[in-house]
Write a protein that binds this ligand. Sequence first.
Ligand SMILES: O=c1ccn([C@H]2C[C@H](O)[C@@H](CO)O2)c(=O)[nH]1
Ligand SMILES: [Zn+2]
Length: 130
Amino acid sequence: MSHDLFEAAKAAMAKAYAPYSKFPVGAALRTEDGRVFAGANIEVASYPEGWCAETTALGHYIMGGGGRITEIAVLAERMAKCSPCGGCRQRLAEFCRPETKLYLCDNGGVVETVTMGDMLPYGFRGDILK
Ligand SMILES: O=c1ccn([C@H]2C[C@H](O)[C@@H](CO)O2)c(=O)[nH]1
Ligand SMILES: [Zn+2]
């Protein structure tokens, strides 16, 4: 992974709005044309209405025109290897292939590299709905 994806995730994390959990998260994803879309978690006083960093990044990605995602980086200030929650795995999988790389990071860089297929085996696919 080139360093810019990690840096984009880290810069996004600094913008997190997480006054309740105090658990800032940043995510960044790259499309095959090299563009990077990043996001942070955004919490809400009515707790279930908040959402994750990966979901914010996906919103930017869709508004930027979408495209094939080649790699994703996620980090949390207070966790060694932040791993996307179940809901985000499903949302990310919507726009990824099983071989899409996912970098689990800490504040210093990539700690572990996995694939979306590793993250969501036997996931529900929408093909039949199309
Ligand atoms: O992969 C994850 C896991 C958690 N969070 C956020 C949601 C909530 O704001 C805070 C604590 O769960 O972390 C993310 O953004 N991404
Ligand atoms: Zn999530």
